[in-house]
Design a protein around this ligand. Structure first.
Ligand SMILES: Nc1ncnc2c1ncn2[C@@H]1O[C@H](COP(=O)(O)OP(=O)(O)OP(=O)(O)O)[C@@H](O)[C@H]1O
Ligand SMILES: [Mg+2]
Length: 263
């Protein structure tokens, strides 16, 4: 298959169980993902939605190779990442950016040092070039001029935006966003949404966006996958999902308390 037609990410029959020492019902593990398959195409914004605790963050952690699935396969950029040694995983991760749900900045470093971190490790750019890139990326997320501040001086939403700048600065091929606009005001949320869509339209960047904000996700995604109880319930364009008669999707999209999804 031509490289450009090949899915940038393929997950095949993913099962992910977390060991539990004290499950109330006596089980020794919790099934988080229970046989999920999906593909992310090059250059698309791929949304993942599901209830809190559905396993959205777990999917992203698996795609980054931060945790290993119990079974199943994950291909990233045409290569299986299961069982790869850390140094090979790191080479694949260099092509991926991750925006963590809670920003995960290094508290002892300034904003600028946090954003520059991966560039300093991976590239041979001069100090001035790195400074210029850092400021350019801070500006993209509306955080211009904050480079000298410490993370503790920032609000939750500001930290989140710095986390996005940090993930973008190495110009990865695919970027994974975990709840990118949670905790942001509506204006900043649309700045981030426009950024995600703009990176696709201008540079063909692939994004995987996890959120339970349905309207936001439908507004930016080319396709959206819904997960429930560790399985894919639906995966289609926002228009198709709006019109579907799938009762799980309907209940979630309309935010109804009654329906097949147990609340
Ligand atoms: N390492 C782990 N050990 C035990 N349980 C885990 C582990 N990682 C995740 N879980 C459990 O897996 C389930 C899914 O968690 P996950 O963080 O992926 O959900 P989520 O969809 O991102 O939720 P939210 O919308 O609240 O962020 C939860 O029940 C969580 O408690
Ligand atoms: Mg999560």
């Amino acid at each position: 298959m031509a490289e450009s037609n090949r899915p940038i990410i393929r997950a095949c029959d993913l099962v992910y169980r977390a060991e539990e020492t004290a499950m109330a019902d006596g089980r020794e593990f919790q099934v988080i993902l229970d046989g999920m398959s999906f593909e992310v195409h090059r250059g698309e914004v791929f949304g993942i939605m599901g209830m809190s605790g559905a396993g959205k963050t777990s999917v992203l952690r698996l795609l980054m190779g931060l945790v290993q699935p119990t079974s199943g396969d994950i291909e990233v950029l045409g290569r299986s990442i299961i069982g790869l040694p850390e140094y090979e995983l790191n080479r694949i991760r260099e092509q991926m950016g991750m925006c963590f749900q809670y920003a995960a900045l290094l508290d002892s470093m300034t904003v600028a040092d946090n954003v520059a971190f991966a560039l300093r490790r991976r590239s041979h750019l001069s100090r001035q070039e790195i400074e210029r890139k850092v400021e350019e990326h801070l500006e993209r997320v509306g955080m211009s001029g904050t480079g000298n501040q410490m993370p503790a001086e920032l609000s939750g939403g500001m930290k989140k935006r710095v986390g996005i700048a940090r993930a973008l600065i190495t110009e990865p091929q695919v970027i994974l966003y975990d709840e990118p606009s949670a905790g942001l005001d509506p204006i900043m949320a649309s700045v981030i949404d426009n950024l995600i869509v703009g990176l696709r339209d201008e540079f063909g960047m692939t994004s995987v966006v996890v959120t339970h904000e349905v309207e936001e996700l439908f507004g930016i995604s080319d396709r959206v996958m819904m997960i429930y109880q560790g399985k894919v319930v639906a995966c289609d364009t926002p228009e198709a999902l709006r019109g579907t008669d799938n009762p799980y999707v309907q209940q979630f999209v309309r935010g109804q308390a009654h329906g097949p999804i147990a609340v």
